[in-house]
Design a protein. Sequence first.
Length: 309
Amino acid sequence: MPVEVIVSVVGGLAAVVAAAIAAWATLRARRKLDGEVSCLDVRVNESEAILAEQGADVHLLSELIPDRPALDITVSNDGDRKLLVRRIRVELKGLLHVPPVDPPTVLRLPGARMGGVLERRLGPSGSYALNFPLQQGSYGKTVNHLIDPGDSDRFIMSLVATEAEQGMDFYQVRLLIEGGRTRKARNRAASEPMMVLAYGPPSWESPIVIKERLSQIADTVREQAPQGSAELSVFFNSALHPNATGMEDYVAFYETKLEILTDSLQACLKHAADETHIWGWLNKLKRDLAEVEQLRRHAADLRASGRHP
């Protein structure tokens, strides 16, 4: 084959390879032009604190729900085109219900079964309220946020668990966002799991109330059985406790509740936008826990004084 022909063939092949590389580079560049979530920052904030911020637009924040946890979401776009945030989804799990310590009742019934804190198994450039049942699952909300290249956007989502009891329910939530104009260009980002208090401030009984209830147990037992009776039981929180340990069991149940509230609130601190209220509750719980030993001594004093056989 003449040299001129070989050179021509090689040149043609080189041109084809160069064109293929150029086409591949162009397609790659186009794919990179889509908006891309480079940072997802999520904090648990209070509606009142967000509305009190300087320059807060009440109209844009009209869906905030008082006494409900609000996810304060910031999304950054590291792509070369606008990022469309299309949908927000929350995954709910780790539900915990901390019930009130019921006033005790003294019953003439045999047997006892220790109760416990119950675990419930049921079941801003804008703001959104996401309503969902208080049960584990995934719940979504369609949104429409365009974020310019190299820019960030902040929006708020109130989490409204429709079956939550005020001051008694905690749960763990993880946020997922979906962005992209088409299915092929869609990208997702997820937050760390966050512990939140479902509705309002935590609720618990004061040591003074528990002390009064211990006295009521002792007085009722003395009235019904001055010499003592194995048939008497103390009933509270859906469980029977023998007369011999009823007061002590009541104090132990109360102590367990305060410890669980403390652990849950400490978990809430990790992603809290403002820790002030949580630390206030934790400090009060610490003071009340320090009085549990006095409650135990009060129960012992009631027995020693003859007010409880």
